[in-house]
Write a protein that binds this ligand. Structure first.
Ligand SMILES: [Zn+2]
Length: 159
């Protein structure tokens, strides 16, 4: 049996924090506000995986009131969720994502993000999609006040 999950996340862009996206640091003059490192791409992937398990969302598993996850690397949270998928007998088949950001240009960083995240997910690079889009200047993302991400994940379970 296969199950699919969908995830979405958005974080405010502000001066100060480093921009961490897809498990890597992207050189830019602003970063994402968040309880953890604000890695909106990983958060969307986590919600997609939890969705495939029927397991609620990232806020339920890693509450933003928990001092242990303050400033945490989201890649570590993702590894915890991948372990949860495996503990339920699940095997991740593929993950696809769309990052929506007006700035910076993320296309040149997609390969490094894949290299960082595919091993955490236990996937070959060809089974992890990272696509970068702008929002055509529209809304908070288009006005460079936020970065958003959509993700889907397909998980195979024993019949
Ligand atoms: Zn988030």
């Amino acid at each position: 049996m296969h199950k699919i999950g969908i995830g979405y996340d958005i974080h405010r862009l502000e001066a100060g924090p480093k921009l961490v996206l897809g498990g890597i640091e992207v050189p830019f003059g602003a970063g994402l506000r968040g309880h953890s490192d604000g890695d909106v791409l990983i958060h969307a992937v986590i919600d997609a995986l939890l969705g495939a398990l029927g397991e609620g969302d990232i806020g339920g598993h890693f509450p933003d009131t928990d001092p242990r996850t303050k400033g945490a690397r989201s890649a570590g949270l993702l590894a915890t969720v991948v372990d949860l998928v495996r503990s339920r007998g699940g095997e991740i088949v593929n993950v696809d994502t769309v990052v929506v950001a007006e700035e910076p240009k993320l296309g040149p960083h997609a390969a490094a993000m894949k290299a960082a995240l595919a091993p955490v997910l236990g996937l070959p690079p060809g089974a992890l999609g990272i696509k970068a889009k702008t929002n055509e200047g529209l809304g908070p993302v288009g006005e460079k006040r936020a970065i958003a991400c959509y993700a889907v994940a397909l998980v195979r379970f024993p019949d």
